[in-house]
Design a protein around this ligand. Structure first.
Ligand SMILES: NC(=O)c1ccc[n+]([C@@H]2O[C@H](COP(=O)([O-])OP(=O)(O)OC[C@H]3O[C@@H](n4cnc5c(N)ncnc54)[C@H](OP(=O)(O)O)[C@@H]3O)[C@@H](O)[C@H]2O)c1
Length: 266
């Protein structure tokens, strides 16, 4: 039986100022946990902390900036022994193949992979101290299920999340002997400011509150892989099990279709 989140826990969450991170923050706050919350927008962090100022602390930082993260390490330390770090801050930028620009790949990888890796500079020593006291220590990495199928325009985003998932699984192997759990969260489409920008249909879209419920309940159950909604993730898994030639033809046809729709819309 998992001991995670059974008693009041000290949690650091990045990307708390909107979307999935904000909804997870609200849910954990309602369950009585103590939270340090990070994002780049101070006002959004302050508004959230005002909901339970005695249990929440804003720690503004750009997660791609090593010095900015070092500057909040003391806040994290002063908050008490860290039980869980939820590294959720991320971005999604799509590539227009007719206008190929490698900076799209750069932006996705820098925020989603390098930014998450930099957060570990301060989270890992803190989680290690907790594990050494014989208490549950959990590192949660919010990836995506998008990379399970080669979607057109997602070269940068999909590559960043594939790399991030590998990073997390490899960390899981290395940290197992230290008693630190590594959890990978792989959502399908969730309605957030990030996906509000999407100009294509998003099958099985769920609300950020529903996503937060799935994530927190998976964490409480001791899961190390949390993927939802099942209808979407199972469809992707089944598609991914097809022969590569068939996957390539389906992906190319979906890409052509979406470009046609884009052209006719604008
Ligand atoms: N929505 C989906 O359908 C979906 C599906 C699969 C995976 N995900 C993943 O879920 C995570 C959250 O996405 P979301 O949909 O909730 O997006 P969102 O509403 O745009 O939230 C992104 C969060 O990340 C923070 N952030 C972005 N870049 C940052 C940086 N450099 N430094 C610090 N904070 C930064 C933003 O805060 P500031 O703007 O204040 O910096 C914001 O709080 C992402 O990793 C995303 O890839 C989302």
């Amino acid at each position: 039986m998992s001991q995670r989140l059974e008693s009041t826990s000290n949690i650091w969450i990045t990307g708390a100022s909107s979307g999935i991170g904000e909804a997870v923050t609200r849910e954990l706050m309602q369950q009585g946990h103590r939270l340090v919350i990070t994002g780049r927008r101070q006002e959004a962090l302050d508004q959230l902390c005002a909901l339970a100022p005695e249990r929440m602390k804003p720690a503004r930082a750009d997660t791609t900036d090593r010095e900015a993260l070092q500057a909040i390490a003391a806040d994290l330390e002063a908050f008490g022994s860290l039980d869980m770090a939820i590294l959720n801050a991320g971005t999604c930028e799509y590539l227009e193949i007719a206008d190929y620009d490698s900076s799209i790949i750069d932006h996705n990888v820098t925020t989603n992979v390098v930014g998450t890796a930099r957060c570990l500079d301060i989270a890992l020593p803190a989680l290690r101290r907790t594990a050494q006291q014989g208490r549950p220590a959990t590192l949660v990495i919010v990836s995506s299920s998008a990379w399970w199928f080669p979607f057109g325009r997602a070269e940068g985003y999909g590559a960043s999340k594939a790399a991030l998932t590998y990073f997390a699984h490899s960390l899981r192997a290395d940290l197992a002997s230290e008693g630190i759990d590594v959890v990978v969260v792989s959502p399908g489409f969730v309605k957030t400011p990030l996906t509000d920008r999407n100009d294509f249909p998003m099958p099985f879209l769920v609300s950020s509150e529903e996503a937060a419920t799935r994530i927190v309940s998976g964490l409480r159950k001791g899961r190390t892989e949390i993927a939802f909604p099942r209808r979407f993730t199972w469809t992707l898994k089944l598609l991914g099990a097809l022969p590569q030639g068939l996957i390539d033809r389906m992906a190319a046809s979906m890409s052509r279709q979406s470009r046609k729709e884009q052209e006719s819309n604008g």
